[in-house]
Write a protein that binds this ligand. Structure first.
Ligand SMILES: C[S@@+](CC[C@H](N)C(=O)[O-])C[C@H]1O[C@@H](n2cnc3c(N)ncnc32)[C@H](O)[C@@H]1O
Length: 377
């Protein structure tokens, strides 16, 4: 722990601080909020940080580059893979990687699970065509490459970290050619220009680091270690009364990344061939408490999260379009020493763009992001 009047910057580390991060398109990604986070925390006497809802791990990547010890956590299996690649790995050379990626990029494409469920063709007019009549997120030429590459990664990866780096590289490559608006609940009916490009694995932007880095896949409230700062960016859900069901359920929004990571060929259902285990709110694990339609359940979960974490400082991200009102959050944080409340406009999150459900084209009023910084002790 640092002295109160010290910041990590004053201590001389890190010369490699960067706001540049890497990650898939992700609803609620805090890529653009990182400079604000930095502004708020770099003056604090902190060394160890928790990123409890890490998602893409972009904020964790910033924490690492800023010289902090980082615990990166998220319930999603793909987030742990990104965490092992960008956080746990500190060897930026990884000489064997280029050879392995070259090998994977040159594998002979094959038909398999991914092609059967997620591959489509161009009908000659630019529209998606598939044998089962459903829209698809990838052209068959790319799912066939995926079918060849995915199994091979398990065979050639030397250890857990290399496995995660190769998987991250595969997911980043797929993200570049995915025919969606940035989530996997619905696919576009017309092929976007990006979809015609080829899946090509490239080296992820590996980060050096001499701190301590840990990656877990737990419910945020189960993390009991001590931290100087805990950063919380839970799902916002929606306060839109016209859509009482939850709009952003992460397990369902990014079901395809989960299937690529687990490679477990799950039974798939519905128009988007979602994994059965995330296809309904009533299935265990399909929805987290922060995504509940019940206001009190979400508020109580946030309340317990803040009260329970063993950290001197808590930084909390939320949106004025989230389930819990800003007024209630202000009252909740007033129980602690409030150091800052930042309000700023943010690009509308992807749910507002979701027009597949024609009943709801989005709440057109302004969208604000909040950052609450409090000191607990
Ligand atoms: C708003 S996103 C976080 C985005 C992240 N900060 C970024 O920049 O990519 C919320 C994340 O919370 C995760 N999540 C949902 N419920 C959780 C829980 N109970 N514990 C830990 N993670 C959870 C979701 O998987 C999702 O990745």
């Amino acid at each position: 722990m640092l002295r109160n009047d010290q910041s990590v910057l004053e201590l001389g580390f890190p010369s490699r601080l960067t706001f540049e991060t890497e990650g898939v398109r992700y609803s609620g990604s805090k890529r653009s909020v990182i400079p604000k986070i930095h502004e708020l925390i770099h003056v604090l006497p902190i060394r160890s940080v928790l990123d409890a809802f890490a998602g893409t791990t972009r904020v964790s990547q910033y924490f690492k580059s800023a010289g902090y010890d980082v615990h990166c956590n998220d319930l999603a299996a793909y987030s742990s893979v990104f965490g092992r690649c960008y956080l746990e790995n500190c060897d930026v050379e990884r000489l064997a990687l280029d050879e392995k990626m070259k090998f994977l990029n040159h594998l002979k494409p094959v038909d398999g699970y991914f092609t059967e469920h997620f591959g489509g063709e161009d009908d000659g007019t630019g529209l998606v065509k598939a044998a089962d009549g459903k829209k698809k997120p990838f052209l068959i030429k790319n799912t066939r490459k995926l079918d060849a590459i995915r199994d091979e990664i398990d065979k050639i990866a030397e250890d857990k970290i290399e496995h995660a780096i190769l998987l991250t590289s595969l997911i980043n490559a797929l993200d570049q050619v995915e025919n969606t608006l940035g989530h996997q609940v619905a696919y576009l009916s017309k092929w976007a220009p990006r979809a015609y490009s080829d899946v090509v694995l490239r080296r992820p932007r590996l980060l050096p680091g001499d701190g301590s880095y840990r990656v877990t896949r737990k419910d945020a409230r189960e993390i009991t270690n001590r931290f100087d700062l805990a950063y919380f960016d839970p799902p916002y859900n929606t306060n839109n009364t016209h859509t009482p069901t939850t709009r952003v359920r992460y397990a369902s929004y990014y079901h395809f990344w989960t299937t690529v990571v687990l490679n477990d060929r799950p039974q798939s259902v519905g128009a988007s061939n979602r994994r059965l285990d995330c296809s309904s709110d009533s299935l265990p694990g399909g929805i987290s408490k922060y995504e509940s339609t019940r206001y009190t359940e979400v508020f109580t979960e946030i309340e317990k999260l803040i009260a329970g974490v063993d950290a001197r400082y808590v930084l909390f991200s939320y949106s004025n379009k989230g389930k819990v009102t800003t007024e209630d959050l202000e009252k909740l944080f007033a129980r602690y020493k409030v150091l800052a409340v930042e309000k700023f406009s943010h690009r509308e999150n992807v749910q507002k763009l979701l027009t597949s459900n024609c009943e709801w084209l989005g709440d057109q009023s302004a969208n604000f992001e909040y950052l609450f910084l409090v000191e607990k002790e």
